[in-house]
Design a binder for this molecule. Structure first.
Ligand code: FAD
Length: 503
């Protein structure tokens, strides 16, 4: 039997996707593989992608990266969730806090079922008052459980993600990958050569004339999809009718106060604006739907809503929500923006890169490129993306806003059946069942559905097993425990100063 193992891997692109792929492949596959990364300084990277979901810490752990060093090197801060301002209606704010439970779970039922019963009889306040992440975010508090937490309290299990400078992260990973043998080539690819026999990619040719061959190609070339689309013509499924934002204008500004341990997403007339506080600056972007607002107006809105002086000129980016029809086609796996795009409302871009890398490593092919492997990879990728897509649509669709044509469109648009059934189930009895392999779990869906005004008609019958007095005492106790925990947490900035101090 001939050895069919893949030895030569070519990564096209050196943005976050390219360098995350290079670092992980070098670490997991080891020195027996040649990994070559091609990037063009002239083309550059997209240069956004500063907020994450909690899973990134697992990726860094896989690489053996020290968390304090990572936060220090990327000028990072910590993120407990996303604050949504004016999404349900102007003046209304809620937080999607990370975590696997709200309040304290007892028995089989999640806490929100008890809360629903108490809330509906006027004996409980907003759900966020029972969430450690939401309350800590509101008070600007943060700590890493492993560092400070007393055991057997909610403080022992704080879920968090990061905000960081994406350019610094890519540079950090580049050093990591090069130290493990990844060979970087600077240059612009001018042509892709296909094998006549089967249409697989054989090599890419640089403007210098150099030809770089490979067995497996990872397309991390950004929106242009140099291999997956321009060479293989895979096709794109457009989801713009469900996620109508298609542009963003971005600018960083000076920080004027301590960094907030959450991302802020403020709804605007034709989209929304993000605010991400790093150690050295605040990242801002206005994501909007171009049929409803001009680029000039969008930029003016962005600049009107900054904390401090802008650090440079606003940059315009264009995108189309959707996915490649296949993210793995022949011997090309597209990762990052080359594979598709979901707008950044829940900061899922870098997570999707991470999970694509993990999936590729799990289903790592040989030179036969079996259809079974490729089909499984594509099916899993699509499932994951569609569930995140639905979660994003929820934020836009479940709104009471009727003040602009954009919000009227979002509120009344047709939504995918998969989302309609999730909303219906929750509306009836507050139930939610997470599908395996789905990124966002019960807490995320429940917080966003409640935050967007979907109030269940009733609660789970199991919550009736407590007497009303016991129920009210339990709910009040949870609120008090959460408040006490938040009191004990340090201010976010003080934690960063202590935790990330160089040794
Ligand atoms: P890019 O950064 O565009 O890199 C492409 C690479 O390909 C570059 O190195 C380029 O030089 C190279 N290249 C292209 N063509 C050639 C060629 N011909 N020859 C040689 N090299 C070539 N994600 C999050 O997780 N959180 C966020 O908060 C977030 N916010 C976002 C906000 C906006 C407005 C947008 C658009 C995206 C956001 N994302 C976010 C997504 C995130 O930015 C991307 O997932 C991430 O940056 C990965 O980009 P990339 O590496 O795929 O592409």
């Amino acid at each position: 039997m001939t050895n069919q193992r893949i030895k030569n891997i070519v990564i096209v692109g050196g943005g976050t996707a390219g360098w995350m792929s290079a670092a992980a492949l070098a670490k997991v596959l080891g020195p027996g593989h040649s990994i070559r990364l091609i990037e063009s300084e002239e083309i550059g990277t997209i240069g956004v992608g500063e907020a994450t979901v909690p899973h990134l810490s697992l990726f860094n752990k896989l690489l053996g990266i020290d968390e304090a060093e990572f936060v220090r090197e990327t000028r990072g801060t910590f993120k407990l969730g996303v604050q949504f301002v004016n999404w349900l209606k102007p003046g209304k704010t809620y937080v999607h806090g990370f975590g696997t439970s709200i309040g304290l779970d007892i028995g089989m039922l999640p806490f929100h079922q008890y809360w629903l019963r108490a809330f509906k009889s006027g004996n409980a306040s907003e759900i966020g008052d029972y969430s450690l992440n939401t309350l800590a975010a509101a008070h600007g508090k943060f700590m890493v459980s492993a560092v400070d937490a007393p055991p057997n309290t909610p403080l022992a299990n704080i879920a968090y993600a990061y905000h960081f400078d994406a350019g610094l992260y890519a540079r950090y990973l580049r050093r990591y990958a090069e130290a493990r043998g990844v060979q970087r080539t600077e240059g612009k690819i001018r042509e892709t050569l296909l094998r006549p026999s089967d249409g697989f990619v054989d090599a890419v040719v640089l403007e210098s004339g150099e030809k770089i061959s490979g067995e497996l190609f990872i397309d991390c070339s950004g929106f242009r999809g140099l291999l997956i689309e321009q060479a293989l013509h895979t096709g794109y499924e457009d989801w713009n009718h469900w996620l109508p934002t298609n542009r963003a204008v971005t600018v960083a500004c000076e920080r004027t106060g301590p960094p907030t341990p959450y991302t802020r997403a403020t709804a605007q007339t034709a989209g929304w604006q993000w605010r991400i506080a790093l150690q050295h600056r605040v990242g801002n972007g206005h994501v909007y739907a171009s049929p409803y607002i001009s680029d000039d107006e969008a930029a003016a809105t962005l600049l009107r809503n900054l904390d401090g002086a802008p650090l440079g000129e606003p940059r315009l980016l264009r995108f189309v929500a959707g996915t490649r029809k296949k993210v793995w086609n022949r011997n090309v796996v597209a990762i990052g923006l080359a594979s598709g795009f979901l707008e950044p409302l829940e900061s899922t871009g870098i997570f999707l890169i991470q999970s694509a890398i993990t999936r590729l490593l799990t289903l790592f092919p040989d030179r036969n490129f079996s259809e079974a492997v490729i089909d499984r990879y594509n099916a899993l990728s699509r499932f994951e993306l569609e569930r995140i897509r639905d979660f994003l649509i929820l934020h836009f669709h479940a709104t009471q806003r009727d003040d602009t044509p954009f919000w009227n469109y979002c509120r009344t648009m047709e939504i995918p059946e998969t989302l309609r059934s999730v909303m219906a189930l929750f509306r009836e009895g507050g139930q939610f069942i997470r599908n395996a392999e789905e990124l966002f779990g019960l807490v995320s869906w429940v917080e966003v559905m409640l935050g967007q005004g979907i109030m269940p008609t009733t609660w789970h019958t199991g919550a009736d097993q407590m007497s009303e007095k016991d129920l009210n005492e339990f709910v009040a106790h949870v609120q008090q425990v959460i408040a006490t925990c938040v009191d004990a947490m340090p201010p976010h900035q003080a934690f960063i100063d202590r935790y990330c101090k160089a040794a």
